[in-house]
Design a protein around this ligand. Structure first.
Ligand code: G6P
Length: 611
């Protein structure tokens, strides 16, 4: 969590930093701050969003061509002006911004307090800058060395930028466990949590690695490891384009991203499926073909929406690949003592590639000898670096905090993985694979058709917008869709929503049903159609309002339901890719009608780098 930006060069640092912080606000938005080198360090910070900081600093002098900024998602210390970053040393000489968590901050703080340090905030970050100050004062070290030595005492995760009054033309940056990118310009450098604040200035970037520390001047960059070995920087060219980071005429990023799905699903399949030959090409997994043929069990680990994608994969891998699959919340898995053998394959799913619990679960499974595959969206993020192999989802940057296109891209990749496994293990007939891949190729067009229901969905949203609760029901792959529909609604509209397997309704949720309880049912024509009809009857008998997602041309459910939303007819395997789309739109419109901040829902963040 938290977004950081640094700049040193010839431009106005404030402008670069503020623009960058807006791009990183998806990472946290409860307070923001900037430090500028202008004679000495000038600090501007405020609880609230980046725009609140801009208003606060509107009439203040913001000159300077060296600076750093931060947008926060609070961990230690409530969101307040005082706890906002940057934090400074006791003598005000040094300033720091930090993304991550310093786990041993309490011990360090106590030791520093005994030496007379007084703290102004409740944060772990402030402890680190006092530690650097203490090391400089007691050992007389230069700034770079003092930061390097201090980092040896830190347990936890960090991406930091440090400035000093005594070195006005220097930025020090370091990372361990939290992402950091350095943009390389002409006599200027940019630092950021991801490439989005950098892309409009330069395409040349260096992804700093764990335990690396950078000394940055306008015309000089030196990278060392924290154990003091010189590192050769690897400059990469960004594929990211500026248009990808803008709303492109949509009111919100979330809506833009919902509408991007026909394209993102297509991108995800590009060069990977060959319907005529019944072949799937997943370059990242090729060298694991033997392993996949002999695998006894697949364990899927993920959090949030990615976990829902994992549930879809469980159905598909078991159905087609005939391998037992277990789907685990990474946060639970890492704290159990799970039985894992060298024959197991673990698939870690993560949009950001940075989720702390997922990373820790991967490390644990790796230690126990499992082979780890990653399914990630953000290229160059941490998870792809720690997995043995993987498949990128190529959905492009997802900025709305509630995941939409990343989910359908994950499901697409996992569908390909299920078919790939089936092909390698010989558990699917070639003719069936040809048939499935041919249909899969049509899915982007079918998603396009799902989007055509938008105006009709607006009308339904109007009816539901004042509800206090909502139940989502589905069977088979409709169950993870129901979970995802409920999650979208609660995340962005703050309506309490639950997803349930339709048949489980009678074991509890049915007690909640009355005329005030809308029930969204995934009732498409598939193997459980008849059974879902019975569930709808049970809801109607108790006066619940039924909103049904149905296959186009449906008659039976349409007669019973209060509202229906049609989606095109498709193979059951592809139901999640289609049925999720109207639920995303429904949540979106309800949230807009309730006046909620759709792209930045309260208390949430897109990338959860704390456990
Ligand atoms: C946060 C985000 C969710 C996301 C989850 C897992 O809660 O708000 O949208 O599904 O983290 O993130 P990951 O990046 O690992 O998919």
């Amino acid at each position: 969590m938290c977004g950081i930006v640094g700049y040193i060069g010839h431009r106005n640092a404030w402008d670069v930093i503020i623009k960058g912080l807006h791009r990183l606000e998806y990472r946290g938005y409860d307070s923001a701050g900037v430090a500028l080198m202008n004679g000495d360090i000038k600090t501007y910070k405020k609880a609230g969003k980046v725009s609140d900081l801009e208003n606060f600093a509107h009439d203040l002098d913001k000159s300077g061509s060296v600076g750093m900024g931060h947008t926060r998602w609070a961990t230690h210390g409530a969101p307040s002006d005082r706890n906002s970053h940057p934090h400074y040393s006791g003598d005000g000489r040094l300033s720091i911004i930090h993304n991550g968590i310093i786990e041993n901050y309490a011990v360090l703080k106590e030791a520093l307090q005994l030496k007379g340090h007084e703290f102004r905030s409740d944060t772990d970050t402030e402890v680190l800058i006092h530690l650097i100050e203490e090391i400089q004062n007691s050992d007389g070290l230069e700034l770079f060395e003092a930061v390097r030595v201090a980092l040896h005492e830190v347990v936890g995760a960090y991406a930091i930028v440090v400035m000093s009054n005594e070195d006005p033309d220097v930025l020090i940056a370091a990372r361990k466990g939290s992402p950091m990118v350095i943009g390389v310009g002409q006599d200027e450098y940019f630092i950021a949590s991801d490439a989005s604040p950098i892309v409009e200035y330069t395409k040349n970037v260096i992804y700093l690695k764990d335990n690396q520390i950078a000394y940055i001047k306008r015309d000089e960059l030196v990278i060392k490891s924290t154990d003091n070995r010189i590192q050769t920087p690897y400059i990469q060219e960004l594929e990211l384009k500026l248009e990808m980071l803008e709303k492109g005429g949509f009111d919100h990023f979330m809506l833009k991203e919902i509408y991007e799905q026909p394209r993102s699903i297509k991108d995800c399949m590009r060069g990977r499926i060959y319907p005529n030959e019944g072949k799937i090409q997943l370059g990242g997994l090729n060298e694991y073909t033997e392993k996949l043929k002999n695998v006894d069990r697949i364990i899927i680990i993920a959090c949030g929406t990615s976990w829902h994608a994992g549930l879809v994969a469980e159905y598909l891998i078991e159905e087609y690949g005939r391998v037992p699959v277990e789907v685990e919340y990474a946060s639970e898995f890492r704290y159990r003592n799970p039985i894992i053998s060298e024959k197991d394959i673990v698939i870690a799913i993560s949009q950001s590639g940075e989720t702390a619990d997922t990373m820790a679960a991967i490390e644990m499974a790796k230690e126990k000898g499992a082979t780890i595959f990653g399914v990630c969206n953000v290229v160059g993020s941490s998870i792809p670096r720690i997995t043995h192999a993987g498949v990128y989802t190529h959905a492009g940057p997802e900025i709305g905090v509630a995941s939409t296109k990343a989910f359908t891209a994950q499901v697409t990749v996992l569908t390909l993985i299920a078919f790939f496994i089936a092909e390698k293990r010989g558990t699917i007939k070639q003719s069936e694979l040809v048939h499935l891949l041919t249909e899969l190729e049509d899915v982007p067009g079918l998603v396009e058709k799902c989007l055509e229901a938008n105006d009709h969905i607006v009308q339904i949203a109007e009816e539901l917008k004042d509800s206090r609760n909502c139940l989502f029901l589905g069977r088979g792959t409709g169950f993870p869709v129901a979970l995802e529909g409920a999650l979208k609604l609660k995340e962005i509209s703050y309506i309490h929503a639950e997803g349930y397997p339709a048949a489980e309704m009678k074991h509890g949720p049915i007690a909640l049903i009355d005329e005030d309880m809308p029930v969204v049912v995934i009732a498409t024509k598939n193997s459980s159609y008849e059974k879902v009809i019975s569930n709808i009857q049970e809801v109607k008998a108790r006066k619940g309002t039924v909103i049904a997602i149905v296959t186009e041309g449906d008659k039976d459910v349409t007669k019973m339901a209060d509202y229906t939303i049609e989606i095109p007819n498709a193979n059951e395997a592809f139901l999640p890719l289609l049925a999720t789309v109207p639920l995303q739109l429904l949540s979106y419109h309800i949230a807009v009608m309730r006046g909620c901040n759709v792209d930045q829902p309260r208390n949430l963040a897109k990338s959860v780098t704390v456990e």
